[in-house]
Design a protein around this ligand. Structure first.
Ligand code: TYD
Ligand code: MG
Length: 457
């Protein structure tokens, strides 16, 4: 038998290590490496010549073998993020910081799902059944035919599920569950992996949709949801700033639908409410045009979304000027600053730069480059751009603007919200832009000249 060498793993990212170290070199997390119970040995006996696995020709699959249709869970934003509803026999991981609203969202989803006549079980390892009931009362869901269980032993849970044959199971949270054949504490990497493995196998073999809740953890003792990302079909993250009421559900992996799709919710006194027109919500706090504020017409998943980008540029008292970014990539900010300096002669040396995406939104699209550049210049020059203007376009290192996808959808959304002007890269074919004044620009320098006139370097 091969010698078992795997003994340590990182509780943040799940990377395996041969020996203990203070810092995981895979994800850079400190103090996250834990000793792991060795993996259980596989079935003993000959490797070759054992019973044959069954194989099927793809063309032999008949409609009888086709998977069951998706089931809507009744919350439209959640269904969209899932790619059009829950796929039976699939495992879904919902990760997020503690207290962000995962239990609230899933209790609401299970209740709505149960109200469609299907069977749903909500298993909580964190709250007693009476506490879940209290939450349901607050959410106005006491009438929903959801079955509640307060249980942490995996064997008991699986026995119950086997007997009850539900259509949907929610496990809240994976870190509180424990499998009794694993010799370590609940929440450790080995436990979390074993529990996730058993539950995904259960989902596949019994045709049940299983939702696993995973807390994103800061300290190393408890394994984070990333440890099981590879085992499940769909990974959703629930994010948002504590101080804001907006919550964003983002698909980062989806075997049955598009990744990068987002659903927007608002936390209210009576639970999470869906936000069907997020652009209007993200721009609702916007006052009159101010220096450093620019509206970016973005696309999140399949949906256009307008967000405000805010910048502040101030003289720095520090030897190394500060660069602070919230909601965007800091490497990308450095790149834009470098392009502005070398291609347009605008230096930010000796100035502190702060960049913020309003409303707690996080943008990863390169199409935001031009809007960020506009916000930075507007803040530096202390001049505001017209309030009815949206900006989008990717900036290349040469200072040129590259065409981006779905420009029509972006413009349409902007028009719907009362914007009448837009700046966009010139090398783009647009079918119709009636109702919008579209200014096409070739490079950053032209954009600056068009937008801000002559600027002193
Ligand atoms: P919760 O769903 O318990 O978070 P998680 O399961 O992700 O740890 O949400 C907890 C937070 O949500 C808590 O700070 C209170 C807030 N909340 C509301 O604002 N309104 C509500 O109706 C509910 C149920 C919770
Ligand atoms: Mg919870």
């Amino acid at each position: 038998m091969a010698k078992q060498t795997l003994a340590f793993s990182c509780s943040a990212c799940g990377a395996s290590h041969k020996k203990w170290a203070g810092r995981c070199d895979a994800c850079g997390e400190w103090n996250s490496i834990q000793e792991q119970a060795p993996l259980a040995a596989g079935p003993k006996g000959k490797t070759i010549g054992a019973t044959k696995g069954r194989r099927i020709e793809l063309s032999d699959l008949t409609t009888k073998d086709a998977p069951l249709p998706r089931a809507n869970c009744g919350i439209e934003e959640l269904d969209r993020v899932l790619g059009g509803g829950l796929v039976p026999a699939s495992a879904i991981l919902v990760g997020g910081d503690p207290g962000i609203g995962k239990s609230t969202l899933l209790l609401q989803a299970t209740a709505r799902f149960a109200m469609t006549g299907k069977k749903a079980i909500y298993v909580s390892g964190e709250e007693a059944a009476s506490q879940i009931r209290m939450r349901a009362q607050r959410l106005g869901l006491t009438k929903a035919p959801v079955q509640l269980a307060s249980e942490t032993n995996l064997r008991d849970i699986l026995t119950t599920l086997e007997a009850e044959k539900p259509d949907l199971v929610v496990i809240d949270s994976i870190q509180t569950m424990w499998a009794d054949h694993i010799d370590s504490a609940p929440g450790s990497v080995s436990q979390v992996r074993a529990v996730a493995h058993e539950l995904t196998t259960f989902a596949k073999s019994r045709g049940v949709a299983v939702i696993l809740v995973g807390h994103v953890t800061k300290e190393g003792q408890i394994a984070g949801p990333r440890v099981v990302e590879h085992m499940v079909d769909t990974v959703l993250y629930f994010e948002g700033e504590r101080g804001h009421q907006f919550r964003i559900l983002r698909a980062v992996k989806n075997r049955f639908g598009p990744a990068d799709e987002i659903g927007v919710f608002q936390m209210t006194g009576a639970g999470l409410e869906e936000v069907t027109n997020p652009s209007a919500l993200f721009l609702s706090d916007r006052e009159k045009p101010a220096p450093g504020s620019v509206v970016f017409a973005g696309i999140e998943g399949t949906r256009p979304l307008l967000v405000e980008i805010q910048a502040l540029v101030a003289q720095s008292a520090l030897a190394n000027a500060r660069r602070t970014v919230v909601g965007w990539d800091s490497g990308r900010l450095s790149m834009i600053l470098a392009v502005l300096e070398s291609r347009a002669g605008l230096s930010f040396a000796g100035m502190d730069v702060y960049l913020n995406v309003a409303g707690g939104m996080r943008i990863s699209e390169p199409a935001a480059d031009l809007a960020v550049a506009a916000a930075l210049i507007s803040a530096r020059q202390d001049t505001s751009l017209p309030g009815d203007l949206v900006v989008f376009g990717e900036i290349s290192l040469s200072g040129g603007l590259r065409p981006i996808s779905q420009a029509e959808a972006r413009l349409k959304e902007a028009m719907k919200l009362g914007f009448s002007g837009a700046f966009a890269p010139s090398r783009m074919k647009l079918a119709s832009t009636s109702g919008m004044t579209l200014k096409k620009v070739n490079d950053v320098a032209t954009f600056i000249a068009d937008c801000f006139g002559d600027i002193e370097a």
